[in-house]
Design a protein around this ligand. Structure first.
Ligand SMILES: [Fe+2]
Ligand SMILES: [Fe+2]
Length: 474
């Protein structure tokens, strides 16, 4: 299934066979490019980047590498191959053939799911817009741009669905996706974490590790959808998402490695001394971790949610690995534990499993995210440094759901407002922490050179050497 790059919009959905849709998307394309020019990576109109581009969606073709001038990147529409005889695999429609068109009665819920997912894609590009100016190396700069162009393509993926299946409202939603802005008080992005700043590279690596992983879990759930075009779109997006999480995991691992090297060479674990040596002390890394983990927890939504139940029962959004789960896929009478504050402490209570689907997805996510944090601990264990990272409790620093009303410390203990205030700078990055990290950020663009606060990667991209010229400036 090759992608036709001779078309104005590269695609594998036979766009040429549907002139109305083709015209509508060709009308949206310059608006997208205008948005990219305004809100995409700053100062890159002449930059050539060694990027991965899909030439087909089969395993051999989706990772083709070459230099691309940033604004000439061929954003396109790629769906994973159709699965013959695919069915709706859960909810009230279980066993019916998967839908190729939107069922009228589920139209507005489906549109809402697609718009919410679609909104996160340009949001992260906006959040990361300034980071190229302070890149720690060409290798990292290239990875940032790879993530950015792919998030741009994920926006295309959702806009294609809106245009192809939702008529006029879909076209209006596609325009609104280019109008909202991350952090804009008047017209913000839909979800909280996507209105936070990504001011420095430590935040960027944490974001790609934790928040892109939320993307993975949302996409996996949507890849189970009874609406087949959505499922196929998400399946292909997931192949790209893996690299985003790799950028985060390896980026943080390299920060940790460099700090441990400096700590060992100077025989110190004093944060002030470590900072004076120009690397990021591990407690600051832990506070960034706490922040990004907790804002990502909120992305899964309220712990008990009737919307989540509806989306599932209607066959629109499944569970993570839905078809691998051995149950009735209806959740009749099933329960699932959620947290409540009772008598000043967290208590686990049983909720109907259908209503607790956000909580279940959050728990699936936590297992995955925590495993990577253990891999960061392995980096420390190889050195003489005594320190361990820990994921905070899922109730820590929540702003959505019933737990938002309580103050919960990273260990899951409910604390008073006064205790929270007294300790918050030990748990979350303070203004001083952020200012320190910002002070380290400088632009390093000589091939093979790395900023002092981060170790080089173990290997280059696509088997290229580490000192390869990953980005060319003209
Ligand atoms: Fe994405
Ligand atoms: Fe991503």
């Amino acid at each position: 299934m090759n992608i036709d790059y001779s078309e104005k919009i590269p695609n594998n959905v036979d766009l040429a066979g549907n002139k109305t849709l083709q015209r509508a998307l060709e009308h949206w394309q310059p608006e997208f490019l205008h948005w990219w020019g305004d809100m995409g990576p700053e100062g890159t109109s002449d930059t050539q980047v060694y990027l991965r581009t899909a030439v087909s969606v089969d395993p051999k073709g989706w990772a083709h590498f070459d230099y691309v001038r940033m604004p000439d990147y061929r954003w396109g529409i790629f769906l994973a191959p159709a699965e013959a005889g695919r069915k709706v695999n859960f909810g009230a429609h279980k066993g019916e053939p998967a839908w190729q068109e939107v069922p009228g009665e589920h139209r507005s819920n489906l549109r809402r799911l697609i718009v919410t997912q679609g909104d996160t894609e340009p949001a992260s590009v906006e959040q990361q817009r300034h980071l190229g100016l302070t890149c720690p190396s060409l290798y990292d700069l290239r990875n940032l741009f790879q993530v950015n162009v792919e998030e741009g393509r994920h926006l295309w993926a959702m806009v294609y669905l809106l245009h192809a299946h939702f008529g006029r409202d879909g076209r209006e939603e596609a325009e609104a996706l280019l109008e909202r802005r991350s952090g804009d008080p008047d017209n913000p992005r839909i979800l909280g974490a996507f209105n936070e700043k990504t001011p420095d590279w430590l935040a960027f690596f944490m974001f790609t590790y934790f928040t892109d992983r939320d993307g993975k879990y949302q996409l996996c759930s949507l890849a189970e959808s009874g609406f087949d075009p959505l499922a196929r779109t998400c399946r292909f997006m997931l192949t790209e998402e893996a690299h985003h999480m790799f950028v985060g995991e390896s980026g943080i691992a390299r920060v940790i490695q460099r700090t441990c090297e400096v700590m060992t060479a100077n025989k110190t674990d004093d944060p002030a001394r470590i900072r004076a040596l120009g690397v990021i002390d591990l407690p600051t890394v832990q506070r960034y971790l706490n922040f990004h983990f907790s804002v990502t927890m909120d992305l899964f939504g309220a712990d008990v949610s009737s919307n989540a139940a509806t989306f599932y029962s209607e066959g629109l959004k499944g569970r993570f690995d839905e078809t691998k789960i051995d149950d009735d896929h209806l959740l009749t009478g099933a329960t699932y534990p959620v947290l409540e504050v009772r008598e000043g402490r967290l208590a686990s209570v049983q909720a109907p499993a259908l209503n607790a689907l956000n909580e279940k997805l959050r728990d699936d996510y936590i297992r995955d995210a925590a495993a990577g944090v253990e891999r960061w601990n392995k980096v420390i264990e190889k050195t003489a440094v005594a320190f361990r990272f820990k994921v905070p409790h899922k109730a820590f620093h929540r702003r959505i759901g019933p737990l938002a009303a309580a103050h919960v410390d990273p260990d899951g203990k409910v604390v008073s407002a006064a205790d929270w205030e007294a300790n918050v700078d030990r748990w979350l990055p303070s203004a001083a922490d952020r200012a320190f990290v910002a002070s380290l950020m400088g632009r390093v663009v000589e091939p093979g050179k790395f900023a002092n606060w981060i170790a080089p990667p173990a290997r280059g991209i696509n088997n290229q050497p580490i000192d390869f010229e990953y980005v060319r400036f003209n």
